[in-house]
Ligand binder design. Structure first.
Ligand SMILES: *Cc1c(COP(=O)(O)O)cnc(C)c1O
Length: 424
């Protein structure tokens, strides 16, 4: 469910015609809907509220999906916490008003600098992913004379489905530790005066469209919590990660938040533990579109038609990187028979192809198209490859809209380069 709909023959973001934003801000541009962000967060929160035995979970929005501070502010205003994977993301969460006690610091390669920053900030927990990292956290905490709240990210060794590049829960992936090792580390951490083990965590992958692998992982996590507690270890929090998929139109419909919560209530109910979740995509994906202009339609004599857009793989890398499918819609559809297009960007790589042989209403130079479901892992993964400026982001809220990240000028881009000093 999202608030990008056709009204009076043209695509709107809530109450604002997308054509109006494109005229004011230029293209390509990302447009987000505040109402959709709010809706996705509250639907998830309310799905858990139906099961009082689950308590009130910490919903820590995974900042990496869409890290714009104003987007984060929409969510933090509703009480969302933040799951972060870098000092930069912690800084973004703080800038958006997320309380340190609602920030989770995840990731396989936290530097000592970042650990220092997280501990000084007072984050809720550092999710530790290896023995080496536990040593680093303990040593930084000792130096700072602080007590580090740590949770152990376990790799539950389940196959999550989805794309290999975003599947994280198999033993051969780089993420987390085995149950046996987590057990040892947990016990060891309780003996270190500068560590406070608060819980265990898992995250088995992204764009998961079937509850079965999640259920399998959560059953293992419950048993693990019980085995730690059986030894007298205190386990306060169980972080079940993110990963629930969203409909990109060519995939099976993902489970609803209600089904997800019901499964969790069934598996975890009665464990008497604080739950945490780290949803990213399911909050942000359908809350954003990428709007692009048709530069030209290149019709080859032998028949193939290329729709050449002003957006490229550097603006939205998901199709090139994950073979991802995005629904593409004309913003102001023309009548007439549909045609088949290869939809491409201007970057000199064959990978800069958004869609092959896509059936679309006819398009002409200067028309606008919308890539749907582009609010997660879109702008956040963008680069300036080909010296294409990072594209602006716009937030719509009802009848209002504002630029929430500006397009940099060429002077700003070139101004970051420096002379080495020895070339004449
Ligand atoms: C990426 C990530 C998430 C968010 O995943 P989604 O599929 O966007 O929900 C949550 N937790 C961790 C540790 C992650 O790396």
């Amino acid at each position: 469910m999202n608030h990008f709909e056709m009204k009076e023959g043209e695509l709107h973001a809530e109450d604002v015609a997308i054509r109006r934003i494109a005229a004011a801000v230029g293209t390509p541009v990302y447009i987000y809907s505040a109402a959709t962000l709010r809706r996705h967060y509250t639907v998830l929160r309310d799905a858990f509220a139906v099961h009082p035995e689950l308590g009130t979970p910490l919903i820590a929005y995974a900042v990496k999906a869409n890290s714009n501070v104003e987007v984060l502010r929409v969510l933090s205003g509703l009480g969302a916490g933040a799951d972060t994977v870098s000092e930069g993301e912690i800084r973004r969460a703080l800038a958006a008003g997320v309380a340190p006690g609602r920030i989770v610091f995840s990731g396989v390669g936290k530097t000592r600098c970042e650990i220092t920053f997280a501990l000084k900030t007072g984050v809720a927990e550092i999710n530790v992913e290896s023995a080496a990292e536990l040593d680093a956290v303990a040593s930084v905490a000792r130096e700072l004379n602080l007590i580090a709240p740590v949770a152990f990210r376990v790799n539950p060794d389940v196959e999550a489905g989805g794309h290999v590049k975003i599947s994280t829960g198999k033993a051969e992936n780089k993420f987390g530790v085995s149950f046996a090792q987590a057990h040892e580390l947990y016990a060891a951490a309780t003996k270190d005066p500068h560590l406070r083990p608060v819980g265990v965590a898992c995250h088995i992958g992204s764009q998961i469209t079937d509850l079965a692998p999640l259920r399998a992982a959560f059953i293992k996590m419950r048993a693990f919590v019980e085995s730690l507690r059986a030894e007298g270890l205190s386990v306060e929090r169980l972080d079940l990660g993110g990963g629930l998929g969203v409909p990109y139109f060519n995939q099976p419909d993902p489970p609803s938040p209600a089904d997800y919560a019901a499964m969790i209530a069934e598996v975890i109910g009665g464990l008497n533990i604080q739950l945490a979740f780290e949803p990213g995509r399911m909050i942000a994906a359908n809350a954003g579109v990428l709007i692009s202009d048709v530069i030209h339609v290149n019709v080859r004599p032998e028949g193939r038609s290329f729709l050449v857009l002003d957006a490229a793989m550097n603006d939205l890398i998901r199709p090139a990187m994950y073979d991802a499918y995005h629904d593409i819609r004309p913003v102001v559809p023309r009548g007439g028979a549909h045609r088949t297009y290869d939809v491409v960007g201007p970057v000199c790589e064959t990978g800069d192809t958004f869609a092959r042989e896509r059936d679309l209403a006819p398009l002409e130079t200067g028309d606008l198209v919308a890539f749907m479901t582009a609010g997660a892992y879109g702008a956040a993964m963008a680069s300036e490859y080909n010296t294409r400026p990072l594209i602006p982001e716009v937030l719509v809220d009802g009848a209002r809209f504002a630029v929430i990240r500006e397009r940099p000028t060429y002077d700003e881009i070139l101004g970051r380069d420096r002379l080495g000093g020895w070339q004449t």
